[in-house]
Design a binder for this molecule. Structure first.
Ligand SMILES: [Zn+2]
Length: 412
């Protein structure tokens, strides 16, 4: 496991982290994190009060543009898909940039009441942790770097991204790595998502989501009796596919999340549908399950009837989500850096697998991790969500040190 070369590299990184932490400017930034807690809290509440349903992040993006501008960024832009980008130019603009990113969107539909309230230390309300805390941590890091006049070797790119949650399907970060001018310019990426400061998400949980839709002629339950019934067909598909064998390792799961269809108790339905969520640590398993699902549908609903006449029921398999799986190699530079930062700060961190913005760069073989914004939180994706900022500054130190170490690391 521990080759001599790797041990030597780890020692170099540890030394680099201690040196960084001793720099006067970094010290000054660290001290300010705690001093600014009230201001960060105010920003977090202000942000959480701005609706950001899937595909409706524009108001939050505008808010973030304003924040970046007031911090003094010379260049702030909104890209074609709605991500907000701000750059701190490095000394050598040809070096690969370091990106730090937090998603702007929430899972909550437009009509959700965004009643944010405080009770002693805690802040309550939809999206306060996920991901108002993340956006605020990103801003705090930018603020600290600008304020302490910390200049990195390479560009540091701050991105408030859109469409991380649910049907957003990571579209913001996907755009960055698939078609933005930054696509090939980013070296490593640090994603800030949710609360906490002791997890390192360096393993990307993949998922594929589908809607199976079955349509038929429908009719009257009495006079058209005998017409095929889409609800029966969907039920058979659910029953058969639920018996698919799933490996324990790599962990793979399937869920039927929503089933719907039909008009009334005395009508043969014209349509029925079910949504299915497949998740796995392995891309191959996701591929296999998708093939299996297609096979089950084809078996239950062949294109031709027994006598060769066209079938009366038709089906459609619609992909509604596709998040690639992947994992960082154990000896990746970014993991070495985070581990060294955590050792320096006395954080007992744990490696975890989750589905975050980091899925995209990791699946492309690029270095990325997801870290928490500090404090503690709970009730994610419910209106009872809460965030307790106590200890937030530890996570901010962690994020800042990691960024600085990555930004001054030797390009490879
Ligand atoms: Zn999130």
């Amino acid at each position: 496991m521990n080759s001599p070369a790797r041990t030597a590299e780890s020692a170099t990184i540890s030394r680099q982290i201690s040196e960084l932490a001793q720099m006067r400017a970094v010290h000054a930034a660290f001290a300010k994190f705690a001093v600014r807690e009230n201001e960060l809290r105010r920003l977090q509440i202000e942000l959480a009060r701005i609706p950001a349903p899937p595909f409706g992040e524009a108001a939050r993006a505008e808010w973030l543009r304003g924040q970046f501008r007031s911090l003094g960024f010379a260049s702030v832009e909104t890209d074609a898909i709605g991500n907000v980008l701000a750059v701190l130019p490095g000394e050598d603009r040809n070096l690969p940039a370091i990106a730090i990113t937090a998603h702007l969107d929430t899972v909550f539909p437009t009509d959700t009441a965004l009643q944010i309230h405080e009770d002693r230390d805690r802040i309550y309300g939809p999206g306060v942790s996920d991901n108002a805390a993340g956006v605020v941590a990103m801003l705090a890091t930018a603020w600290a770097m600008i304020d302490a006049q910390i200049r990195c070797a390479c560009d540091v790119l701050f991105i408030g991204n859109v469409g991380e949650e649910g049907e957003g399907d990571l579209r913001g970060i996907r755009h960055i790595f698939e078609s933005s001018p930054w696509r090939d310019r980013i070296g490593s990426t640090v994603v800030i998502d949710g609360s906490g400061n002791d997890a390192i998400i360096g393993q990307a949980l993949g998922s594929r989501r589908f809607e199976v839709i079955v349509r038929g002629p429908g009719g009257h339950s009495w006079s058209d009796f005998g017409q095929p019934n889409p609800i029966v067909a969907i039920s058979r598909i659910v029953s058969r596919f639920s018996q698919t064998a799933l490996p324990a390792t790599p962990k793979t799961t399937l869920n039927f999340g929503v089933i719907s269809g039909g008009t009334s108790v005395n009508s043969i339905p014209e349509i029925a549908q079910v949504s299915i969520d497949l998740r796995s640590a392995s891309m191959e398993e996701l591929e296999r399950l998708e093939d299996e699902l297609r096979g089950v549908i084809q078996t239950e609903l062949p294109a031709k009837g027994r006598a060769g006449e066209p079938a009366k029921l038709s089906w459609e398999l619609r992909k509604i989500g596709d998040r690639p799986a992947g994992e960082l190699p154990e000896d990746s530079h970014i993991l070495e850096v985070i581990r060294a930062v955590d050792a320096h700060l006395g954080i007992a961190s744990q490696m975890r697998r989750a589905s975050t913005d980091a899925n995209i760069p990791i699946s492309l073989g690029r270095e990325a991790v997801t870290l928490g914004a500090g404090g503690t939180g709970g009730g994610a994706h419910t209106v009872r969500e809460w965030f307790d900022p106590r200890g937030r500054s530890l996570a901010l130190k962690r994020i800042l040190l990691a960024l600085l170490a990555l930004a001054s690391a030797d390009p490879e």
